[in-house]
Design a protein around this ligand. Structure first.
Ligand code: ADP
Ligand code: MG
Length: 758
């Protein structure tokens, strides 16, 4: 199959040159379209297959195929975007520019080069939508396409993953990798990786969610704080009995608080040998649940269950759980039945998952702002693609107030006055609680409001699709409904003219976000394809961003009669606070990745060992060397049965060892700042221990396996591991550890892991 030699040539060139080259190629492609339009479908598909190595010919062919199959003639900027994707870049293309088609064009190109492709989306809904929408284009060239989602049955997944192009949400793709980590026969595998990842909403996946661990757990009894401890902790008061760190990530008992707990429990000291590893852990879990996790901000309670809210999306994270201690502690706090706990069998960050693909590219409306992270963490370049129609949205300067109360009043006033003109309004809030509060205020003013949040995620896309209709007010948390186009005048654009006359979609942000990139994601929902539009953010000097980003600096403001603060000095100060916060986030990402990276590398070694054990007779060969008598004893057994028995024994101990290793290293990470020896940084110390423990794992798992091989009953039914209490977990489940404030392993936070990053 012809390769994209031309793109390798371009690799060394500057971004500007690449773009110039791409534009020229697109022009050439345009001049070929008429000629290609004469071909029959079959001829056109053949032409595409033959010319996959010739960019202009291939693009022209894709364009004609897209028109025939989808009724969409790619705009030149879309063709240019597809070229940049094929070149391995992250492209910056605004909302509504048609990135779905661009991704599918590139996927088709990669697939025709003989590569397997995963198109990675932020949720199930988009994977299913885009996979179906783009199917005719991909299939036109005789390629296969499918999509997976949370509810896709296991048996179907296997078939879907054999498709040339697979659409899937990032967490499901990761969970399938983890689940395959439990197989003991190669035929049971459902995934086999892919050559290329095309990541939609690339900044969300590659930056915002990068370090969210995907976890595979198996069932064991839970470790909830006792009801009594929960009750005692409930009576503690903030400030006096415990303090919360300024970033809201950690809570600590004060001496007074510790004494109260000790008296209530009738124990000498929480910190002595007998209690440090048990009672204190439970107290800390209960305190964490009590002080740091707020109902409707971090989780909601629905049908008697705690469902955690994914902070980066503001929606309920389906099938996601916190680490068990915290989940149980929150359940106890809410007076709910405490669910069964589990043991973590394996886990992997999204960043590590992405690292498994040979080639990564992606698209988003906010790539430029993530340039540093994409380069540092993925070695990816950003290509900016101009909008098809010039952007005419008006972005007003922030409206700044001294207090949150004044700000909130002004927001309501602004919404009500714009609403009278029929202009549709999309309000972006910080969290679910804020959404609910604002909606309530608006309802009191007798206007109809659609609230998009974790509680109604099923209708999310539909509500968002209508957000541009006359007089609509939609209140949404960040990211909810992302990927769904907001058309002016409603999904059918029936009232487009009226909405255009009213100024297009108005976007109001009730806070500046932690990064300018997130602000821009919100603004970007307005002004698509040259539509008129407007955006403004409301800020108060009491906002979290300002309080925590100011690092003790203050600014004096002089509000006018309406409480509005107009001094440039103040708005500069707010930008400064945001930059400080951005810097902190980048530093945390960078530091946290350094911890995860080593484990990710070790995981690769485990993967290789697993593959060897699955695909060869290595397990039996190793036993043959170490326990020849036993092999001799079993020589009457069918060879295939013996091979499989040996394999299962070896895999059991390998997997068990790996799960233990993860647990040990999690402990180490929690306590590393205490252990770090003079002159060694915690990270160096962590690495030293991880390497040592891993060596141990490699040796001991074989030794243990040999012991098991010698003692376990092996007959025509294979190895009876369960008789030695060595059964694999009967039930497994997967979850994502929620984003902030639990960005790192939840239990780590309990003991102040945040501190080692300062
Ligand atoms: P993005 O992901 O960039 O925000 P989408 O892929 O969701 O945008 O597409 C937005 C809208 O633009 C969709 O309704 C789609 O049908 C339309 N669209 C995309 N490409 C074209 C095209 N070449 N011609 C006309 N409409 C297009
Ligand atoms: Mg999109």
């Amino acid at each position: 199959m012809a390769g994209f030699d031309w793109f390798w040539n371009a690799m060394g060139a500057s971004k500007g040159r690449n773009q110039k080259q791409s534009k020229k190629t697109v022009e050439q492609a345009n001049s070929l379209v008429e000629q290609l339009s004469q071909l029959t479908d079959a001829e056109l598909a053949d032409f595409g297959r033959a010319h996959v190595g010739d960019p202009a010919e291939f693009l022209a062919c894709l364009g004609v195929a897209s028109e025939r199959t989808l009724g969409l003639t790619p705009f030149p900027v879309q063709s240019q975007g597809a070229l940049r994707l094929l070149d391995g870049d992250v492209i910056h293309m605004n909302t509504g520019e048609g990135k779905t088609l661009v991704g599918a064009m590139a996927a088709t190109g990669f697939a025709l080069q003989g590569k397997s492709v995963h198109v990675i989306t932020v949720n199930d809904y988009l994977a299913a939508r885009d996979g179906e929408w783009m199917r005719p284009l991909v299939e036109f060239f005789g390629l296969t396409v499918g999509s997976v989602g949370e509810n896709t049955p296991r048996e179907e997944r296997r078939g879907i993953y054999t498709c040339d192009v697979v659409y899937g949400p990032v967490n499901e793709l990761g969970f399938d990798v983890l689940r395959d980590q439990l197989i003991t026969r190669r035929d049971d595998a459902i995934q086999h990786g892919a050559d290329v990842a095309i990541v939609d909403e690339a900044d969300s996946v590659l930056v915002d969610e990068a370090l969210v661990p995907l976890v595979l757990a198996g069932s064991v009894p839970g470790t909830a704080p006792q009801g009594r401890i929960t009750q005692i902790v409930k009576k503690l008061s903030a400030g006096e009995d415990y303090t919360v760190s300024s970033d809201g990530r950690t809570a600590f008992l004060t001496d007074a608080g510790a004494t109260k707990v000790e008296v209530a429990l009738g124990i000498e000291s929480l910190y002595d040998e007998a209690h440090v590893g048990t009672t204190l852990v439970q107290v800390n879990l209960a305190l964490h649940a009590q002080a740091l996790l707020q109902r409707d901000v971090h989780y909601i309670v629905r049908e008697g269950k705690v469902e955690l809210i994914d902070a980066s999306k503001g929606r309920v994270a389906q099938l996601q759980r916190w680490p068990d201690g915290i989940q149980a502690a929150v359940e106890a706090k809410e007076g709910l039945a405490v669910s069964e706990g589990g043991r973590i069998l394996d886990s992997m960050t999204i960043q590590a998952l992405i690292g498994r693909y040979g080639l990564v590219c992606g698209m988003t409306g906010t790539a430029v702002e993530a340039t540093d992270q994409l380069r540092e963490f993925y070695n990816l370049r950003v290509s900016v693609i101009e909008p098809n129609q010039p952007l005419i949205r008006f972005d007003e300067a922030d409206r700044i107030y001294a207090t949150a109360e004044e700000k909130n009043a002004a927001i309501v006033e602004e919404i009500l006055s714009r609403h009278q003109t029929g202009q549709p309004i999309l309000v972006g809030t910080e969290d679910v609680a804020e959404s609910e509060e604002l909606a309530e205020r608006l309802r009191q003013a007798d206007v109809e409001v659609n609230v998009l949040n974790a509680k109604n995620d099923a209708e999310e896309a539909q509500i968002i699709a209508e957000a541009g209709d006359v007089g609509r007010i939609t209140v949404s948390t960040q990211m909810a409904g992302r990927g769904t186009d907001i058309k002016l005048g409603g999904a059918d654009e029936a009232d487009r003219d009226r909405v255009v006359a009213a100024g297009g979609l108005c976007v109001i942000g009730t806070n500046r976000h932690k990064t300018a990139r997130l602000d821009n994601q919100l603004r970007g929902r307005s002004g698509r394809q040259g539509d008129p539009g407007y955006s403004v953010f409301f800020v108060s000097l009491e906002d979290d961003l300002v309080v925590s980003g100011s690092a003790g600096d203050t600014v004096t403001a002089h509000p006018d009669g309406d409480g509005l603060i107009l001094q440039k000095r103040v708005s500069d100060f707010i930008d400064h606070c945001q930059r400080v916060t951005e810097g902190q986030l980048l530093e945390i990402h960078s530091q946290t990745w350094k911890y995860s990276k080593l484990l990710a590398d070790q995981r690769v070694i485990i993967d290789e060992r697993r593959a060897k054990l699955l695909d060869t007779e290595q397990a039996l060969e190793e036993f043959g060397e170490r326990a020849p008598e036993r092999v001799e004893e079993l020589s009457d057994l069918d060879h295939a049965i013996l091979v499989q028995a040996a394999r299962e024994i070896m895999l059991f101990h390998l997997d068990d060892g790996w799960a233990n290793h993860l647990a040990v290293m999690d402990e180490v990470r929690e306590s590393i700042h205490l252990r770090a020896i003079a002159r060694e940084t915690p990270l160096t110390e962590f690495h030293r221990i991880a390497v040592r423990e891993f060596k141990d794992l490699v040796n001991s798992q074989v030794a243990q396996a040999v012991e098991t091989f010698k003692t376990v009953l092996i007959d025509a039914d294979g190895a009876h591991l369960e008789e030695l209490g060595l059964a694999r977990p009967s039930a497994t489940w997967t979850y994502m550890v929620g984003d902030n404030p639990l960005q790192k392993s939840g239990s780590s936070l309990l003991r102040g892991i945040g501190d080692i990053f300062r």
